[in-house]
Every structure is written in structure tokens, then in C-alpha cells.
Design a protein around this ligand. Structure first.
Ligand code: NAP
Length: 342
């Protein structure tokens, strides 16, 4: 297993530097950097920029694109836009892509448009297929544990979605550590093993190191980290104030202004100095740091421009850390009050 999980495949037929790794115990290779469409691909965003980023990503070997029913804004519009971009540019390449979607957060009015019930998942998957124009998703996730629905009910919905051919693989996201094992057990017994587990993991949220990462690894599930740049806090974006068009400044951005605290900015500044010594941007170092753990299959980045995307992809040119660098980073991350707890 150790050799298998270390294996990366360099696809030399294109000009990219992408590396791929097997997703958990499965036979599916995922790119070490995947692109998420939570922000910057909705109806409020620039369609040409969104198109350019998807095409550049694919050209550079990013074969995995991550969606959810509610991505936008408006909710649903990221799926609609992705479907259009695919149809207009990449349809011939569908079999070269891994496209995921999810259901679980608020989507449509009334009691069935949210949560982890079978009703919500089945209806939502159908809606997402319609919006994207896809015949199937490669991965369909339960986006969250809603605190009420029995895990058996939600997992059975995922199993049935796979059996119906609407998705090739099942995944879970944001399940608390005490429910995570239950999900794996149910899916494994049904011979639809959990391909992948999606959680927030970054320098500013190290909780998963002792909770969900080891459980996923022990169960042969791949692990994909969302918001590895903690929505921009682990980049140079906020080192000199709050830029006008940044996620923290935009009314549609999920990062709140009060989360950009002086303590976090100070930590980012110190991390940036280490990154500079390594010849990297802070974003590149933050991504490489998450990927240093071999149990992490892929990092799921966001980007608002081609420049950011290109910068992030170049991370793969230097994934190595010295013990001294890791120690220096550890010390910076121990400052009280900077961590997010998810
Ligand atoms: N399962 C879940 O519950 C869940 C939750 C959240 C996210 N996700 C997934 O994870 C994906 C990524 O999340 P995320 O967008 O929060 O990821 P992220 O990579 O932590 O943050 C992306 C933001 O960081 C800034 N940025 C990116 N690269 C940069 C660079 N090189 N230099 C300077 N700034 C840079 C940009 O901010 P500006 O916009 O300010 O330019 C960009 O929008 C989502 O699209 C989604 O697919 C899943």
C-alpha cells in the first residue's frame, strides 16, 4: 500500500507539471491539485474568466473539478456555467475528467431543499445532472451530516445513486469524526466503498491531523482538502490590507472581514518570509505544506484569476520541506487565536 499511495504518474503527453495519486485504496488517479468552483464561477462572476480558468486548468493536467448544488451565487449557477463551458469547449474530453457534485446545504425552499435526507439527495442529484448537462457525476457526495438524519439513510441514498448510474463513486464531506467511521462501514458493506472524504485542512486548521485524516487512511478512503489557502488568508492577499475585489471584501464572499485578524495577518507575514526563502509564494508553500502528508490525495483550490491559478499550479515544482522549515512553520502556527476549528 505504501508504494501504491506514493505512486504518481507524470503525463508527459501534455506540457503540464501535474502529478497524480491514487485516491485511497481505489484505482482512480486524482491530480494533486484539483479545482473547486465554490466561488468565482457563479452568475455574479465574469464568465470569460471562469472559462479561461477551467480551460487553463485542464490544459495543465487538472482533471478534477469540484462542484456542489449550491455553488454560485446564485445557487446552482456554478453548475450551469460549468455545464456550458464543458459543452462549448471540452465535451470531447469528458472521459478525461473527474467531475464531482454534492448535496446537503440549503438549496431550494421548503423542508426538502436542505439536509441529508434521501429525499434531498435523490432530487438534488437529478437537478445537478440537469444543470450541468452531464449523464453522470464521477463522484457524488453527501455534503454534510445534518445532525438528524440517520447515517444509514444518507449512505443508502449514495449507494442507490451509484447503482442507478448517476455517479461512479460516493464521497462524504464534513462528517464529524464520530460519524465518519459509520459512513465507511455502511458503504463498504454495500460494496460501494467511500472513494473520498472532503474536509477543510490547512495550516490554519490542523484538527484533521488527529481526527479525520487517520480514520480516512485506515479505511482506504482518499482525502481531499478544501480551502487549503483558508480562502486567501494563506496567500499574500491580505498582507497589506483588504483589496477591493478580494473574497473578504466582496458581499458574495464567504470569508468574513472579521476573520482577517491582525494575528492571522502577522502569522501570514512570517510564513511569507519562509516561503520567500524557499523561492515560493505563500500560496505555493501553503499548498505544498498540505500535500506533505501522503494520506492527502489532493488539494482543492479556488482561484479568482488565471494568475492565481498558474501560481498555484507551480507549487508542484517544490513539494519538499526541510525539518527546520517544518519546525519554524509549526512555531508560527502555535500562536493562540489564529486557528480555525472545523
Ligand atoms: N465540502 C465543503 O464543504 C467545501 C467548503 C468549501 C470549499 N469547498 C471546495 O474547495 C474549493 C476551494 O475552496 P476555496 O476557494 O475556499 O479555496 P482556497 O484555495 O483556500 O481559497 C481560494 C481563494 O484564495 C485566493 N487565492 C488563491 N490562489 C491565490 C494566489 N496564488 N495568490 C493570492 N491569492 C490566491 C483567492 O481569493 P480572492 O478571491 O480574494 O482573489 C481565491 O478565491 C471550493 O471551490 C469547493 O470546491 C468545499
Amino acid at each position: 500500500m505504501a508504494v501504491r499511495s506514493l505512486l504518481s504518474v507524470d503525463r508527459c503527453h501534455k506540457s503540464h507539471i501535474m502529478k497524480y495519486a491514487f485516491c485511497g485504496r481505489s484505482g482512480l488517479l486524482l491530480p494533486k491539485i484539483s479545482l473547486g468552483l465554490w466561488h468565482n464561477f457563479g452568475s455574479v462572476d465574469n464568465f470569460d474568466t471562469a472559462t479561461a480558468m477551467i480551460l487553463r486548468a485542464f490544459e495543465q493536467g487538472v482533471t478534477h473539478f469540484d462542484l456542489a448544488n449550491n455553488y454560485g451565487p446564485e445557487p446552482g449557477s456554478a453548475e450551469t456555467n460549468f455545464g456550458r463551458i464543458l459543452k462549448e469547449n471540452l465535451l470531447a474530453h469528458r472521459d478525461e475528467m473527474i467531475i464531482s457534485s454534492k448535496a446537503g446545504y440549503d438549496m431550494w425552499p421548503g423542508p426538502y431543499g436542505t439536509g441529508s435526507s434521501r429525499k434531498n439527495l435523490m432530487a438534488s442529484c437529478d437537478q445537478s445532472l440537469k444543470r450541468t448537462g452531464l449523464e453522470y457525476f464521477d463522484i457524488f457526495y453527501s455534503h454534510r451530516y445534518d445532525g438528524v438524519t440517520p447515517v444509514e439513510e444518507t449512505m443508502q441514498a449514495l449507494i442507490d445513486i451509484v447503482h442507478q448510474g448517476k455517479a461512479l463513486y460516493a464521497g462524504i464531506s464534513n462528517y464529524p469524526a464520530d460519524k465518519q467511521q459509520e459512513c465507511y462501514n455502511i458503504l463498504r458493506e454495500a460494496h460501494v466503498p467511500c472513494l473520498i472524504s472532503q474536509y477543510n485542512y490547512s495550516m490554519l486548521n490542523r484538527g484533521p491531523e488527529t481526527t479525520t485524516i487517520p480514520v480516512a487512511a485506515a479505511n482506504g478512503s482518499g482525502y481531499i482538502c478544501f480551502s487549503p489557502l483558508q480562502q486567501g488568508l494563506l496567500t499574500d492577499r491580505y498582507l497589506n490590507g483588504i483589496p477591493e475585489n478580494s473574497r473578504a471584501a466582496r458581499s458574495t464572499g464567504f470569508l468574513q472581514l472579521n476573520q482577517v485578524t491582525p494575528e492571522r495577518v502577522e502569522a501570514a507575514r512570517k510564513l511569507n518570509e519562509i516561503a520567500a526563502r524557499r523561492g515560493q509564494s505563500l500560496a505555493q508553500m501553503a499548498l505544498a505544506w498540505v500535500l506533505r502528508d501522503e494520506r492527502v490525495t489532493s488539494v482543492l483550490i479556488g482561484a479568482s484569476s488565471l494568475q492565481q491559478l498558474d501560481n498555484n499550479l507551480q507549487t508542484l515544482e517544490n513539494l519538499e520541506f526541510t525539518a527546520e522549515e517544518l519546525h519554524e512553520i509549526d512555531v508560527i502556527l502555535q500562536v493562540p487565536g489564529i486557528a480555525f476549528n472545523k
